[in-house]
Design a protein around this ligand. Sequence first.
Ligand SMILES: Cc1ncc(C[n+]2csc(CCOP(=O)(O)OP(=O)(O)O)c2C)c(N)n1
Ligand code: SF4
Length: 526
Amino acid sequence: MAEQRKILSGDEAVAEAALACGVKLGTGYPGTPSTEILEHFSAIGGNAEWAPNEKVALEVASGVAFSGAKTIVTMKHVGVNVAADPLFTLAYTGVEGGLILVSADDPGMASSQNEQDNRLYAIAAQIPMLEPSDSQEAYDFTIRAYEISEQFRVPVLLRMTTRVCHSRGVVKCWKQKEAPASKHYRRAVRERVMIPAFARGAHVRLVDGMKALAEWNEKSDLHVVSGPEKAELGIICAGAAYQHAREAFPEARILKLGMTWPLPYEAIRAFVKGNARTVVVEEGEKVMAEKILSAGIQVEPKGDAFLFGELNVTKVKRLVSKDETPEAPPKPGRPPQLCPGCPHRKVFETLRDLGCIVSGDIGCYTLGVLPPFSAIDCCVCMGASIGAGLGLRHGLAEEDARKVVSVIGDSTFVHSGITGIVEMVYNKPATGHLVLILDNSTTAMTGLQENPATGRHLNMTDASQLDLAALCKAAGADHVDVIDPTLRHDEFVALVKERLASNDASVIIARRPCILQMKKLSKLKK
Ligand SMILES: Cc1ncc(C[n+]2csc(CCOP(=O)(O)OP(=O)(O)O)c2C)c(N)n1
Ligand code: SF4
């Protein structure tokens, strides 16, 4: 292929590079700002699928990598919490085909429940991490990450942030496209069966491998120094922080790191010698600054005021000049709302009017917390609504316990709600419990993705459809009802009242499609 120039977001650039590298399967679970990677990968001809959750996605990817083929697995930052169990041991087993785990972090919480810094996962799991700073690097570093993954036989974390994922830029797509390859099976029991006897050796291999990678990184071209030979101010940065630092201090000497774990300490030490002072400019936690300081290299970490939110040019200027005066709070915008005609509306009107204590979950329906509904009492992470609701039932006095309802969407239910039903049946509270599954036939919040309960694959071809009612019955729920909460509203209200009055373990599936999903499907039909 002749080199092509394309205008791409960081997410799209990752997908283009993955396709060029011959990725056999892309898998993941939707989550802003990562979702567009697999959607674009599929749109340009890649083989991509949505998994039920991030853990399953990484497990599928591990099998692809054991087979010797290349794979990419994508998720938002909190998804890595779900996938953490296979991730840590996958670092021990290593991979044969290249495996990239994209973690799309959301500093500033544009669309997330926390702003955890997933660079700490690379350190904790002992896997290499690359951090692109723009779309071109998203393309280039994806290709480099496959080279590193296959050379050192390790999974590689490609850590992106919202700005890099969503900003668009011209990308030179230079790589000749490789066809996805399938190999014959190579048995490697001691490498891949993590019983203690084999895992001990694997841990030693992992530590040695990381030492080799650290040496490799010292000499690699993934870190770049720009600016004068000697300067008053030196800045160490990576990812989106680089763009802000470059603009804020065009005269400064800057060390831009590409591979941020393991760090190239000798290159950093040499860089620091050329500056009167060196500041580490990083978003999120003080991850790089603390590691560099603990290696005995004198750098200045940022102040605590800059632990929160995204950086920008003004903030970087303040960070470097140690100006920690509080920022003016942003002007309040219009709060988000459920769409007019949204099927979730009638459900929250009902829960509000019945005075229920609602254990909520994550999806469009989290907006049930805001007026005019004000009908959600807690919401922690995906799937937590059922467990937390059961805990409230166990802990509260009977009169209040009877009012507790867990509310969860279809995609979230498949992601991590199913085991909650098993818990409800196995450890049924004295007052029973009621779970409402809001089945709007899509994963609406992240942009209308398909899931196992919609009966369609990522590329909209037909799939076997998960029967939510049959699943809840099989788990042993005392009652499972399916009802349209808008068209049969009075019956829905009566049913909720009846179930709350009983001591049974009940599920009501409130089934009515999202109006935007209906529009998408009718457009597709045309
Ligand atoms: C672990 C994790 N993965 C992904 C996300 C992103 N995310 C938030 S809600 C959601 C699913 C929403 O779908 P559904 O439960 O069907 O509700 P809807 O938005 O359709 O009402 C996703 C994927 C997240 N917050 N946490
Ligand atoms: S996108 Fe769909 S589910 Fe979300 S608020 Fe709008 S109608 Fe409701």
